[in-house]
Design a protein around this ligand. Structure first.
Ligand code: PEP
Ligand code: MG
Length: 570
């Protein structure tokens, strides 16, 4: 491969091996032969043969059988998966059976198209529609293309597109992955990932984190890596070394494997080596997720994403149904901390019963707490359900509102929570809250920093955009500065400030956050041990030094390097 002199993504390792760099998202080191996603499906020409009326019934049956087979296969994989992986596979399975897609295909077959041609035409119609809507809806276009390819492959006897299942444990290099591909990965066969697109909050990163697969995203130069090469993925340093020196590489893998056994021994509670207590909590969406988090030694729930339990629903769930769901979460942590977030519907998580359709700019529209402006009962009924679930399980819940922008909103929310005997807080996702954190804390019991949205609104970069992933990197100096402002306000007020965005899942950044004064961390269950074990290996003073140097750094990469050095010296 060419060494692309001058590229910010390419360097040379001591033995002369080429090192590509990107954003590290899941720590760990893995080495293996390169595999790539199976090549693209050959699609039929959009104007295929005209099908006579007498044969159109058969075409319709062929389509139904193919879409059913695709949906079944994805649903079977979903049932073997958990958490976000299961969710993503189920969503794609549902899309293969989507009524809108089916009726558009039916119409095209009725007009004389073959099943394959009708599938491509109908899918392209949806892709065009979603792409024209932009933002979150544009993401759906990737899923539709993925389903289109799977159905056409089934109809035409081509191999199923997606990730191969190699005999030797391998490293997957890809430009980008469809959510269903990442969710269906078998960690026994794919042991590491390097992706050209995507950032720390992309689907690929979230699922890799859940599966514990070392992963680097935003890696330039991957397409130049030759077939048959061996690569070493270092998810701590964000590097991909091509044909590394075997002795050196084995030593790195060995050291990482030893570190992994320390993770396996993690039992909590969270604290630094010198005993500074930091709760390490989990982000969950329902009772099953909470039980899995308890098994992973989470001390409680730092973010219950209530909206995810209602995804795909067209009507608001009753208070009784909501109560049952929340009881399931409280029951997983008897006497433990559970921070439930009221519905964060809208933008990347639209719920038809809560969010207005066709907003021009949903990320800046009626989402989160703002949905209560349209329907105040949505919020009060949810708070009633939480209060009832808490009463019947003896829990003492903290409740927080998402997408809060003003002190007045926080004051009103706090009154509603306190009326029901619950501790109120708000998410820090909009920069206005970080800037005025002291004033917010006068009315609240805690704050929880959502770095995923805080970075999107601070850097004015869509958190789902793979092209802008460098801007939404949680190590961006402006984001770190706002986290520092908020944490310092918490220390002054003597009130807890947590972090529940993806930043809290990065063990190195977790130490920096603690050094800034953050009092609890909440992340996916799969990241609990990594974060807890790393914290247990450093002293608070080293975390504070790491915070200081990270805050002074000019860019994310130098912030990571400076923090790592400060912690290594501890
Ligand atoms: C966040 O914005 O960081 C957060 C935790 O909320 P969500 O990812 O659900 O928007
Ligand atoms: Mg958010």
């Amino acid at each position: 491969m060419s060494s692309q002199t001058g590229s910010p993504f390419v360097a040379e390792a001591p033995g002369g091996a080429v090192v590509l760099t990107g954003t590290p998202v899941v720590p760990g080191v893995a080495m293996g032969p390169v595999v790539r996603p199976v090549g693209s499906v050959a699609l039929p020409a959009t104007r295929g043969p005209w099908i006579p009326e007498s044969e159109r019934g058969v075409e319709l049956e062929r389509f139904a059988a193919a879409s059913d087979a695709v949906a079944e296969r994805l649903a079977t994989r979903a049932s073997a998966a958990t958490g976000v992986s299961a969710e993503v596979l189920n969503t794609t399975a549902q899309l293969a059976r989507d009524r809108g897609l089916l009726s558009t295909v039916e119409q095209r077959i009725a007009d004389g198209a073959s099943a394959e041609v009708a599938t491509v035409g109908a899918a392209d119609q949806f892709v065009a529609l979603f792409s024209s809507l932009g933002g979150v809806m544009a993401e759906r276009a990737t899923d539709v293309r993925d389903v289109r390819d799977r159905i056409v492959a089934q109809l035409t006897g081509q191999g199923e597109p997606g990730v191969p299942a190699p005999d030797t444990p391998s490293i997957l290099l890809a430009d980008d992955l469809a959510p269903a591909d990442t969710a269906g990965l078998d960690p026994a066969k794919i042991i590491g990932l390097a992706i050209r697109l995507g950032g720390a909050t992309s689907h690929t990163a979230i699922i890799a984190r859940q599966l514990g697969l070392p992963c680097v995203v935003g890696v330039g130069g991957l397409s130049d890596v030759p077939e048959g090469a061996t690569v070493l993925v270092d998810g701590e340093h964000g590097t991909v070394t091509v044909d590394p020196d075997p002795g050196h590489a084995k030593a790195l893998v060995h050291t990482a494997a030893k570190a992994a056994t320390v993770l396996a021994d993690y039992r909590g509670p969270g604290a630094t080596r010198d005993g500074h207590r930091v709760e390490v909590l989990a982000n969950v969406q329902d009772g099953a997720g909470a039980r899995a988090a308890a098994d992973a030694h989470a001390e409680g729930v730092g973010l219950l994403r209530t909206e995810l339990a209602f995804f795909g629903r067209t009507e608001e769930p009753s208070v009784e149904e909501q109560t049952e769901i929340y009881k399931g979460v409280f029951a997983a942590f008897p006497g433990g901390k559970v921070v439930m977030r009221t519905l964060d519907a809208g933008s990347d998580k639209p719920l038809p019963f809560a969010t207005p359709p066709n907003e021009a700019n949903p990320a800046l529209g009626v989402r989160g707490l703002r949905t209560a402006r349209r329907d105040p009962g949505l919020l009060t009924r949810q708070l009633d359900a939480v209060a009832e679930a808490a009463r019947s399980t003896g829990a003492d819940p903290w409740v927080m509102a998402p997408m809060v922008a003003t002190v007045a909103e926080a004051v009103e929310f706090a009154a509603q929570a306190r009326e029901r005997g619950m501790s109120p807080g708000v998410m820090v996702e909009v920069p206005s809250v970080a800037v005025l954190a002291d004033r917010f804390l006068e009315h609240l019991d805690f704050l929880s920093i959502g770095t995923n949205d805080l970075s999107q609104y601070t850097l004015a970069a869509d958190r789902l955009s793979a092209d802008l992933a460098d801007l939404t990197d949680p190590w961006q100096p402006a984001l770190l500065a706002l986290v520092q402002l908020t944490a310092a306000a918490g220390v002054r007020a003597g009130k807890p400030v947590g972090v529940c965005g993806e930043a809290a899942a990065d063990p190195l950044l977790a130490c920096v956050l603690v050094g800034m004064g953050v009092s609890y961390l909440s992340c996916a269950a799969g990241s609990i041990a990594g974060v807890g074990a790393r914290l247990a290996s450093v002293d608070l003073a080293a975390c504070q030094r790491a915070a200081e140097v990270a805050l002074a750094a000019a860019d994310p990469q130098s912030a990571r390097t400076a923090a790592r050095t400060a912690l290594a010296d501890s």
